[in-house]
Design a protein around this ligand. Structure first.
Ligand code: MLT
Length: 407
C-alpha cells in the first residue's frame, strides 16, 4: 500500500498566497465589473531592464547557432555570472566571498525551502513570527515539528517580532541549532542594523548554530548604515548561508534567477561532533537535484552588473520605493501605526482588528488586495501587509479607495 508523508497533514490547508489568490478569484467572479488593485503578493509589475532584454536576445541568438549553442551548463551556474556576483554584491561591500561559494538557482523560494534537506531531522529551529511561510512549511513537511496548535507548530522556537522590539527579534532564551532571519524583512519591512546582526552571528558562533539569512530585499536598502549581506559582519562566513534573488531587485519574478552563498568555511556537525563542510553538502544536493538555470536567463542576470544594468535596476527599485513611501505616509495619516516602506517594498500596518476581516473589507469595499498578517504567524494577527509592487497610479487609486472605504 502506498503511504503518504503524514507530515503534510499537519500543514494548513493551503499555501498563504494560493489561498488569497482563490479568495480574490472568487470575488472577481462574483463582481466581474469591479477593478481589483493587487497590493498583496510581492509580484513585480514593471518591465525587465532594457539591458537584460538585449542580453536575452543575444543569448537566444547564440542558442540558434550550432557554433555557439550550449547544452547543460554547470549546475552551480556559469562562472561569468558567479564572478560578477562575488565582485559586485560582496567584494565591493568588503564581504570576502568568492565565485565558487555562489550557487545560481531558479529562486530564493526554492533555495530557502530546499536547504533544510542537508540538516538532521532532530535539530532545534528558531523561526521568526511573523515569517515568510516557506521556511516554516518546509520544516513541517520534513517532520521537524509537532502539530499545529493555537496558531503555532509544536517543537519550534518562535522569535517574536513585535512593536515592542521594533520587529527585530531578540536572541532565543533556549539554545537553537538553526536560525532563520530575513532582512529587510518579509513581511514586516523592518531592517536590521549591523550591531543587531552581529549579536546573531556571535550567538551562532557560541552555540555552533547556523543562520539562514534571506536577503532577497537588500536592493531596497537606502540607509547606508544598514548591512546588505550578513557577510559584512565579521565571522559570519563560518556560521551563515545567504539567499539572494533577482526577483524584486531586477523584476525577475517571471524570469527566475537567484543565488545562494554557502561559504567554504561554513560547517555543521555529525552525531559524533565531526565537522563537515556545508558547501560540499549543498554542492552534492544541488548537482544531484538541479540542472542549472537556462543560459539566456543567466546572461540577462549578468547584464544587471553592467553600469547601465545597475542604473536601470536601481530605477525599478526606486520607483517601487516611491510607492512604498506614499503607502506608509497615507496609511499613517489614516491613523494606523506602520513599519517598513523605507528600506523595503512592504508596509506592515497595525489595523487593530482581525487581519482577515480587514483583508475582506478592503477587498469588498475598496477592491484592494493586501495580505492578512495572520497568514504569516500569530504575531501577525491584527496586521496587514501592503506591497508597493504596482504602478504609482494604481497605488494612488488604491489608497484613495482605502480612505473612502474607512469613512
Ligand atoms: C511575498 O509576497 O511574500 C513574496 O512575493 C513571495 C515570494 O517571493 O515567494
Amino acid at each position: 500500500m502506498i503511504k503518504i508523508n503524514e507530515n503534510y497533514l499537519k500543514l494548513q490547508a493551503s499555501y498563504l498566497f494560493s489561498d488569497i489568490a482563490k479568495r480574490v478569484a472568487a470575488f472577481q467572479k462574483a463582481n466581474p465589473e469591479k477593478e481589483i488593485i493587487r497590493l498583496g503578493i510581492g509580484d513585480v509589475t514593471r518591465a525587465l531592464p532594457q539591458i537584460c532584454i538585449e542580453a536575452f536576445h543575444k543569448a537566444a541568438d547564440e542558442m540558434g547557432n550550432d557554433s555557439s549553442f550550449r547544452g547543460y551548463g554547470p549546475e552551480q551556474g556559469y562562472i561569468f555570472l558567479r564572478e560578477k556576483i562575488a565582485a559586485h554584491d560582496f567584494n565591493a561591500r568588503s564581504a570576502d566571498i568568492s565565485a565558487d561559494e555562489i550557487f545560481i538557482s531558479d529562486g530564493a523560494k526554492c533555495d530557502t525551502g530546499n536547504i533544510q534537506e542537508i540538516f538532521s531531522g532532530d535539530i532545534r529551529i528558531a523561526i521568526p513570527d511573523p515569517v515568510y511561510p516557506v521556511y516554516l512549511d518546509t520544516n513541517v513537511m520534513a517532520g521537524r515539528t509537532g502539530i499545529f496548535k493555537d496558531g503555532r507548530y509544536e517543537g519550534l522556537v518562535y522569535l517574536d517580532s513585535t512593536s515592542a522590539n521594533g520587529f527585530v527579534p531578540e536572541l532565543p532564551k533556549t539554545p537553537v541549532d538553526l536560525i532563520y532571519l530575513c532582512f529587510p524583512n518579509n513581511p514586516t519591512g523592518a531592517a536590521i542594523s549591523k550591531e543587531q546582526l552581529k549579536l546573531w552571528v556571535d550567538y551562532a558562533k557560541q552555540n555552533k548554530s547556523l543562520i539562514l539569512f534571506d536577503a532577497a530585499y537588500e536592493a531596497f536598502i537606502r540607509d547606508d548604515s544598514l548591512p546588505h549581506s550578513i557577510f559584512e559582519i565579521e565571522g559570519a562566513k563560518e556560521v551563515a548561508i545567504e539567499f539572494r534573488s533577482y526577483s524584486k531587485t531586477a523584476g525577475f519574478t517571471g524570469t527566475r534567477c537567484a543565488y545562494t552563498v554557502v561559504p567554504k568555511a561554513c560547517t555543521a556537525y555529525d552525531g559524533s561532533g565531526g565537522k563537515h563542510s556545508l558547501h560540499s553538502l549543498w554542492n552534492r544536493r544541488h548537482t544531484t537535484k538541479f540542472n542549472g538555470v537556462s543560459y539566456p536567463v543567466q546572461r540577462a542576470a549578468e547584464a544587471i552588473y553592467s553600469e547601465q544594468g545597475k542604473a536601470q535596476s536601481k530605477a525599478l527599485v526606486d520607483a517601487y520605493l516611491v510607492n512604498a513611501t506614499l503607502i506608509r505616509k497615507e496609511m499613517s495619516a489614516l491613523g494606523f501605526a506602520c513599519v517598513g516602506g523605507d528600506n523595503s517594498p512592504y508596509i506592515w500596518v497595525d489595523t487593530k482588528q482581525d487581519s482577515w476581516e480587514f483583508f475582506d473589507m478592503l477587498l469588498n469595499k475598496a477592491g484592494v488586495v493586501c495580505t492578512p498578517g495572520a497568514g504569516f504567524g500569530k504575531c501577525g494577527r491584527g496586521f496587514i501587509r501592503i506591497s508597493a509592487f504596482n504602478s504609482y497610479e494604481n497605488v494612488k487609486k488604491a489608497l484613495s479607495r482605502i480612505k473612502d472605504s474607512l469613512k
